[in-house]
Design a protein around this ligand. Structure first.
Ligand code: WTA
Length: 642
């Protein structure tokens, strides 16, 4: 039987009818569909025995079981014959006067192998966890790939996180090694990263060695027996390193994401499914063509960087730009300058950056030639209508479609998104499910909302290859968080609506995660940090709309001794200082209101719904407050709202 129509030679879906055709096939025969994608496009040491087995009630998902492979052979080795001299990674430094670095596939092979050999010499073996706390310099991408080369599980921690956040993550996954740098550049600032690592490691007894890349050439302390400069080790290492042969379901990496309560969740992604899905989505979502230059402005410390700076592009033999700096340095024209300089064809960024840049007007945009652009992407939070139009009109000149891509750390790859030049776009809508993705909307009673023009909780009904397989060390929490709200479905934590033609619009989180400038922040760790302040008795955090950040944080704080108001400004600074130390500067509060109480239910739960409305200045309908333990406090909070 010849059931295979050739999807991969139709790798680029060309029109809407074809999208529906391929989509229907991917839903009716998911195993056949993904098997064909897997067969045609990758290098396997051994093919799978079984394409998919799954049971969301456990939950347990396995793709391509029995297959053997190494993802770096697919990202690098496979391209050497035809693309050896092509630029794989195009590094654009923070300082525009410093030359960009073009790392070819041949050079990438050599640098990854050398790094992998250094890891081995330091005693790192398959299955060991390695924490990577490195700024956006080539060593970051290379160390990720070096881990994958030898089967070590990388856990990248965004280099803007504090020492406490870093040590929590290092300990949670028992990392043996930390890779870092002597510092990092961010615009006009230089940051002492190694100092943060040293502080973190005071609480991490499992870390035996620290490898330090040189970036800012600062004079730092090296702890004898633990810390080593990376470069001399690389200079000595052999430039060939045989790839470790991995099972399809061997973990590839851990990446932490915030939950609404407690510890960050170490999402575990495995090898084969993640590879197949990120490669396929990259190619189709960005319509990447050979010789295009692709740029995603995210940090590799987030899932967007893992999947769509490193793995997705390299799996397709693409040229991927890696930018060390920030959008406003040396001025707000930097992004546009880089697009002109490197003739960027696909540009992928976040709504918070778009809003910040739109605020600057068009003078700096018009200075640069942006005609190379073909596709514009958006990710991380809902894009508001104004930002969408500004992006579409001024950056894309109404010619480059915007793909508003909805997905999550947990999903590994893009889940709902237009396909450029295929799916008609609609401002603020992520539009249609990607090939193979079966979304549904649920009401609060657990019923699926059928038909269109409905609004509910966004779930996914069927596994896709890059779904996270577990939370590191806590499978029960994985089950409770994602598979318990609705039977036999993956619950995303987002609300969404479906319009009359079946387009999805993501309306935002329905749990206690707040997205600030595209960063997911759980309320609990921030409240825990605030409560560490000796003057604080209790606190609650909610989000409120902010014209650049999307959401900003509003804290309601009960002091042990309410005291005189003139000390309150100092307290506000101290609270933000504690948050910076515990969580990181991204979690600082924009507003802090001191209050004598917080609205609570009779069971003692804080009614955030009410606080959220007050923070949003939407007090016309607070709902029923009569069931509160302390209804009188609501009026006090309203009267003193900031
Ligand atoms: C939100 C980022 C609306 C959403 C890849 C999701 C979005 C969370 C969009 C995951 C979008 C991401 N439109 N909301 N296009 N993309 N989100 O794990 O709430 O950092 O659940 O992954 O960001 O954020 P994460």
């Amino acid at each position: 039987m010849n059931y295979k129509t050739n999807y991969m030679s139709n790798y680029h879906i060309k029109h809407l009818e074809e999208y529906y055709q391929v989509y229907r096939k991917s839903i009716r025969e998911p195993e056949n569909f993904w098997e064909e994608v897997a067969e045609e496009h990758f290098m396997w040491r051994k093919k799978w025995d079984n394409v998919l087995s799954w049971d969301f009630s456990k939950p347990d998902v396995k793709w391509f079981e029995g297959a053997k492979l190494n993802i770096t052979e697919n990202c690098i080795d496979r391209h050497l014959v035809t693309r050896g001299e092509k630029t794989a990674i195009l590094f654009e430094p923070n300082n525009p006067d410093e030359a960009a670095e073009h790392i070819t596939y041949n050079q990438l092979y050599e640098r990854v192998c050398k790094f992998a050999n250094v890891l081995k010499a330091e005693g790192i073996k398959k299955g060991d966890r390695v924490c990577i706390y490195v700024p956006m310099i080539p060593e970051l991408a290379i160390s990720v790939l070096a881990c994958a080369r030898i089967g070590a599980i990388h856990s990248v921690v965004f280099a803007g996180f504090s020492s406490k956040a870093l040590s929590t993550r290092i300990n949670d996954s028992d990392c043996k090694m930390v890779i870092t740098s002597d510092g990092s550049y961010r615009g006009s600032k230089a940051i002492d990263l190694k100092g943060i690592v040293d502080e973190a490691l005071e609480n991490c007894s499992g870390v035996k060695s620290v490898l330090v890349a040189k970036r800012i050439h600062s004079d730092i302390e090296m702890k004898a027996g633990r810390d080593k400069w990376l470069q001399p080790l690389l200079d000595e290492a052999s430039s060939d390193c045989k790839a470790e042969i991995m099972d399809a379901e061997d973990p590839l990496f851990i990446l932490y994401t915030s939950g609404s309560t407690g510890m960050p969740k170490g999402m575990v992604h495995t090898t084969a499914g993640y590879m197949v899905y990120t490669a396929y989505t990259f190619k189709n979502a960005f319509q990447y063509k050979e010789n295009d230059v692709y740029w995603c402005t995210a940090d590799i410390g987030w899932i967007t960087g893992h999947s769509y700076i490193v793995y997705g592009p390299l799996l397709n033999g693409a040229t991927t730009v890696m930018f060390e700096g920030v959008p406003h340095y040396p001025d707000f024209g930097r992004f546009w300058e880089i697009i002109e300089k490197h003739k960027v064809n696909q540009f992928y960024t976040a709504p918070t950056a778009i809003r910040a840049l739109a605020k600057q007007g068009n003078e700096l945009v018009d200075k640069y030639d942006l005609t190379s652009l073909k596709v514009l992407g958006s990710v991380g939070e809902p894009i508001n209508e104004e930002a969408w139009h500004w992006y579409n009109d001024n950056i894309g000149k109404k010619k480059s479609p915007i793909i508003d891509t909805w997905w999550q750390t947990e999903t590994g790859g893009i889940m709902i998104s237009p396909i450029p030049f295929v799916t008609p776009t609609k401002p603020t809508y992520a539009t249609l499910p990607f090939i193979g993705i079966q979304p549904c909307l649920m009401d609060e009673n657990g019923n699926e909302l059928k038909g269109n023009q409905v609004d509910g909780r966004l779930c996914i009904k069927f596994p896709w290859p890059s779904i996270a397989r577990t939370i590191w060390g806590n499978h029960q929490r994985y089950k409770d968080t994602y598979f318990s709200a609705f039977e036999n479905k993956y619950f995303t934590g987002d609300g969404a609506l479906r319009d009359e033609v079946g387009y999805y619009r993501i309306t935002g989180r329905v749990d206690d995660v707040i997205i600030v400038s595209g960063h997911n922040l759980g309320t609990a760790p921030i409240e825990d940090a605030i409560n560490e302040h000796p003057a604080v008795a209790e606190s609650a955090i909610v989000g409120f709309p902010h014209d650049v950040k999307g959401n900003a944080l509003y804290g309601f704080v009960i002091l042990k001794d309410f005291g005189e108001t003139r000390v309150h400004d100092n307290l506000r600074n101290e609270i933000n200082q504690i948050i910076t130390e515990h969580v990181g500067p991204i979690a600082k509060l924009d507003k802090i209101q001191f209050t004598s109480g917080l609205p609570k239910t009779r069971s003692g739960k804080i009614m955030r719904r009410i606080l959220r409305k007050i923070a949003c200045k939407d007090i016309s309908n607070l709902g029923d407050t009569s069931t509160l333990l302390n209804p009188e406090v609501v009026q006090e909070i309203i009267d003193n709202a900031l």
